[in-house]
Design a protein around this ligand. Structure first.
Ligand code: HEM
Ligand code: HEM
Ligand SMILES: [Fe+2]
Length: 456
């Protein structure tokens, strides 16, 4: 952890993990009620348990996104979060709101009261006062992270992450519009539910994935950014009109059958690309990062997301198939694997990156870092050697030997200086996660790419 304010992420992750326990307990209880329908039927009926299950899921995933943003943004923008106090206040509001939802639903408080009572729209059941609280917390969050990014370094990762987070907040505003016409109600409801998980959440997912790939594999930022742009483009192109796969049977015009079927089928593309992206990056990256857990979670997430969201989604997305599967256990099974694959495991993997494994001996970590340093010294040496051999003539063994020694010594010094600079808050010239080429300032600095050019 390079910046103090990255600590905020841990508070968010902690609350998220507590809600995860609540969620799985709710799921187990709901499953048990399927088997023994009268269980707790008076005290905690199925509809309330189900609400606790799905809402705790959404809230903890959002807390995880906020936490991830508070961790990633300082490192990408190269500065502390604008106001850590505001971040903790935001968390307090969200915790209060969550507790408010649970108490209101379990005890059915303020029954029928528009502002304080329960609302009853799947996933958006929060009483109105909690929804307002969520908007206030979201505004605080967006102000805080946007100010940090605006004052610091702007990268493709922070840009995509911010667009995703702003999108989440703006689309949530449709939760306030609750028309009495059921068709219209459902239409706007999907603006939040579908455009979240198959639109703006995907942007957050892709940017967190890109950040992790950069950190874990040491591939070039440029390459990661290219993938990120293609993934974002295909997500939005397919996901927005893909909303049509929910408009087949709610009273909307018939053309949605075709628009929904075609565009939602294409929604597989961004999930497929994310899977290929993670495997290609791990394959191309030369860094042997000691945090194997985070690396494996990265590959596992994109694979599970591809199957849960992409393949399982496609299975029932054509209108002719959906006619038979709509609202069945196929839907619930897809919902589970898609949410788990794409978002639950995404956050598990980010958690693994942020929280180092306590079992992992320190010496192993520092040993791996030391190894990386030595490998880089070697690479820089070979690079300078080649340059000197070119200059003095390739056939002169003495020149080559001298150049080798000279190159290694010079590069080692450069690498050490670079390591010191990074310790003090990052190399000011390059943003490569890998050590950059220490001799590059004289030749025009090009970050990690220089090393690649040298090693061929
Ligand atoms: C032991 C673990 C779990 C059990 C036993 C369980 C069980 C259930 C049950 C019984 C329902 C209600 C289905 C219905 O209304 O007919 C449900 C809904 C749901 N659960 Fe779980 N769940 C578990 C874990 C999870 C996890 C980890 C996630 C997220 C990744 C999740 C996401 C959902 C979603 C999104 C719904 C709503 C599905 C829909 O609307 O079709 N559940 N779960
Ligand atoms: C990570 C991304 C995704 C998540 C988290 C997700 C989650 C869900 C959930 C929870 C539902 C049930 C909603 C409800 O009625 O309560 C659902 C429905 C549906 N999803 Fe997804 N989904 C994702 C991606 C996709 C993709 C890519 C496709 C298509 C290729 C797809 C196709 C569908 C369809 C057709 C339905 C409606 C099922 C019905 O008619 O009952 N989903 N999704
Ligand atoms: Fe959808």
């Amino acid at each position: 952890m390079k910046y103090q304010s990255q600590k905020i992420a841990f508070a968010y992750f902690l609350v998220a993990m507590i809600l995860f326990v609540v969620q799985v307990s709710g799921g187990l209880l709901a499953g048990w009620i399927y088997v023994a329908p009268n269980t707790l039927s008076e005290i905690l009926p199925f509809n309330i348990v189900r609400m606790l299950h799905t809402n705790s899921l959404i809230v903890w995933l959002l807390l995880g996104f906020f936490g991830a943003a508070y961790f990633i943004i300082p490192e990408e923008a190269e500065r502390e979060i604008h106001s850590p106090q505001l971040a903790y206040l935001q968390l307090a509001i969200l915790v209060l709101g969550t507790a408010g939802v649970v108490v209101t639903y379990v005890f059915d408080l303020f029954h029928g009261n528009i502002l304080l009572g329960k609302d009853g729209r799947e996933f958006l059941e929060q009483p109105l006062w909690v929804k307002i609280g969520i908007v206030v917390a979201a505004l605080m969050f967006l102000y805080n992270v946007s100010m940090t990014v605006l004052a610091g370094r702007k990268t493709a990762i922070t840009n995509v992450l911010l667009i995703g987070l702003w999108g989440i907040a703006l689309l949530f505003l449709f939760a306030f519009y609750n028309p009495s016409n059921l068709s219209l109600d459902k239409m706007y409801w999907w603006y939040v539910v579908h455009l979240w998980v198959e639109g703006v959440w995907e942007l957050v997912m892709a940017s967190i994935l890109a950040f992790l790939m950069l950190k874990l594999t040491g591939v070039d930022r440029e390459m990661v950014e290219k993938w990120l742009y293609v993934i974002v483009g295909t997500s939005l192109f397919t996901g927005i009109l893909g909303t049509g796969h929910h408009y087949y049977w709610i009273g909307t015009p018939g053309y949605w059958q075709w628009i929904g079927s075609i565009f939602s089928t294409l929604e597989i593309i961004p999930f497929f690309l994310m899977m290929v992206f993670s495997f290609v990056m791990v394959w191309k990256g030369r860094r042997d990062h000691p945090n194997k857990a985070a690396l494996l979670w990265s590959l596992g997430t994109t694979t599970l997301a591809f199957f849960g969201a992409g393949v399982w989604g496609f299975l029932h997305t054509l209108h002719s198939v959906n006619y038979y599967t709509h609202g069945t256990q196929i839907t619930a099974a897809h919902g589970h694997l898609a949410f788990f694959g794409a978002y639950v495991s995404l956050e598990s993997r980010h958690l693994h990156l942020c929280v180092p494994d306590p079992e992992e001996p320190r010496s192993l970590q520092s040993g791996a870092q030391h190894g990386q340093l030595l490998a880089d010294v070697g690479r820089h040496g070979v690079h300078d050697l080649r340059a000197d051999v070119r200059r003095h003539g390739a056939d002169a063994p003495a020149a080559r030997h001298g150049a080798e020694l000279h190159g290694r010594a010079g590069s080692a010094r450069g690498v050490l200086l670079h390591a010191l600079r990074r310790r003090r808050g990052g190399c000011s010239r390059c943003h490569s996660v890998r050590l950059c080429d220490p001799g590059a300032s004289a030749r025009g600095h090009r970050g990690g790419r220089q090393v690649e050019a040298g090693t061929g």
